[in-house]
Design a binder for this molecule. Structure first.
Ligand SMILES: [Zn+2]
Length: 143
């Protein structure tokens, strides 16, 4: 069994509190990994790789990257003496809008994640058909 490396992680994102999604460049393509964790304890997880091992080798590697990410975020918060939540609460709607727009315009994956997260806000342009839930956008993982 070959090693798995954090350097093969293409993207890592906390999509909602404690829910992480990663893309990993493996020998058989890009694997989609989801892990529910607070950085200490592992909850539900999945990986789209063809490995017969459970959990496969990608789960601990992604967990290591998550732990590092949480640590880095804590370091930044300690430098500025404020939590990210505290900062967000101080922003005006306009500041938040402009900053978020800049992020979304530069990251199609993040834009897709936003449409999926807020799919209940999408209304159809024409007709009375109700918005379809969880169907718009490209699903960020395959199962
Ligand atoms: Zn795997």
């Amino acid at each position: 069994m070959s090693e798995a490396y954090t350097s093969n992680i293409i993207s890592l994102r906390e999509t909602s509190p404690d829910n992480w999604q990663a893309k990993y460049q493996g020998n058989f393509g890009v694997y989609n990994i989801r892990i529910h964790t607070d950085g200490k304890r592992r909850g539900d997880f999945s990986c789209s790789c063809p490995s017969g091992y459970y959990p496969c080798k990608h789960i601990p590697v992604v967990e290591e990257a998550i732990a590092r990410r949480i640590e880095q975020n804590a370091e930044v918060e300690s430098v500025f003496g404020m939590s990210v939540e505290g900062l967000l609460e101080k922003l005006t709607r306009k500041e938040l809008f402009d900053f978020t727009l800049g992020l979304l315009r530069n990251d199609p994956d993040l834009t897709n994640a936003a449409f999926i997260a807020f799919s209940d806000k999408i209304e159809r342009e024409n007709g009375n058909e109700p918005p379809r839930r969880k169907r718009r956008g490209i699903k960020p993982h395959c199962e």
